[in-house]
Design a protein around this ligand. Structure first.
Ligand code: MRU
Length: 348
């Protein structure tokens, strides 16, 4: 099944908090529950939370008791705010909600029921497009991968982070399907271990050879010349090409430059935010310290009781550390301020 889909008048999602141990697919029947599921990371990954929010807004339309269009639009506006507030960094969330709201206010729709149906149609279209866009990303990205390459990958950017197929991991799936013999070094990705739990799960199912490494081992492998390229996703890309992505991405990018390893960000143009001039303007989510402190060794908490912790969920990699940004419309190279808008308009 897809990571996120419309099912039985609700939004069905793979509960990613439980993987790889348990595969459960709860259905959420209210938009507030969808917003909570995004916040609690039942669903995570920028494109996947965009699709979840789109279906969440469609659900809000059906939940509303409004008999006329004006009242329905008021209810939808409230739901849009709640959904957008679920997580701050990935711009796909606001992008998806705004796209649906533009449909909702369309003059062509006469009744409240017309709006409800149009929203569901648009959410479904957005989800279908995500899969198609990811396949295009995969095809462009795979041109950068050579037979025999070892690829370092951070976080989870696979089918689970999208509606299906994935972004950076989609490049790896594509290169593998093309018959290239590749090996992947999978960062664990502390503190929530998206690499160890989710990427390892996806690569294992796909039969792609990989080794799991601790995040701190990345420099060791790069310095020994054992990494040919790094592939990461993005949660938001500013107009100048600065990339907000899972915490640890910046460290990897600096190490990659130091060691002459190409560093590619793979993301759909829905992750590009041309309204922000540079990466320092991107809001960075700081999550609960418990995510850092909850690690146990031999059944005992690793840290002494009562210590404090900081838990920024993302960091910003300045564009000078990137070799290129792979989008569904082509591979974007510097100068990003000039070439990213062209990629967004599909005029590369
Ligand atoms: O906190 P998460 O798991 O939602 O963070 C996900 C990432 O940072 C991914 O690398 C990014 O969203 C790209 S996913 C296609």
């Amino acid at each position: 099944m897809r990571t996120v889909e419309w099912h039985n008048h609700g939004v069905r999602m793979i509960d990613q908090r439980l993987l790889p141990g348990r595969f459960e697919t709860p259905v959420f029947h209210s938009y507030r529950d969808v917003a909570r599921a995004i916040h609690e990371m039942v669903v995570r990954g920028a494109p996947a939370i965009g699709a979840a929010a789109a279906f969440g807004l469609a659900l809000a339309g059906f939940e509303s008791k409004a008999a006329d269009r004006t009242q329905l639009l008021r209810d939808l506006e409230e739901a849009a705010q709640v959904l957008k507030a679920a997580r701050p960094t990935a711009v796909n969330l606001a992008w998806a909600v705004d796209r649906l709201m533009r449909v909702a206010v369309s003059e062509d729709l006469e009744s409240a029921d017309d709006v409800r149906q149009a929203l569901l149609n648009e959410a479904q279209k957005l989800a279908d497009e995500d899969v198609e866009v990811n396949k295009r990303l995969g095809a462009f990205g795979a041109t950068l991968v050579e037979d025999g390459d070892t690829i370092l990958h951070h976080c989870n950017t696979g089918a689970l982070a999208t509606v299906d197929f994935g972004t950076a991991l989609g490049v790896i799936f594509t290169a593998h399907a093309q018959g290239k013999k590749i090996h992947v070094l999978v960062d664990e990705t502390r503190p929530r271990l998206q690499g160890a739990r989710l990427t390892a799960w996806e690569l294992k199912q796909a039969g792609i050879p990989f080794d799991l490494i601790s995040d701190s081992a990345a420099g060791y492998f790069m310095r020994r010349g054992q990494v040919n390229l790094c592939l990461v996703g993005a949660d938001r890309i500013a107009a100048n090409g600065d990339v907000a992505n899972k915490i640890g991405t910046y460290m990897l990018a600096v190490l990659a430059k130091e060691n002459g390893v190409p560093f590619y960000c793979v993301a759909p143009t829905s992750t590009v935010d041309l309204t922000l001039a540079h990466g320092d303007l991107i809001p960075i989510e700081e999550r609960s310290p418990a995510e850092v402190l909850n690690i146990a060794v031999a059944g005992e908490p690793a840290a002494p009781e009562g210590v404090s912790a900081r838990n920024p969920a993302f960091d910003v990699t300045p564009h000078r550390y990137l070799t290129a940004i792979v989008t569904e419309n082509g591979i974007v190279r510097p100068p990003y301020a000039k070439n990213l808008p062209r990629a967004v308009k599909n005029e590369l």
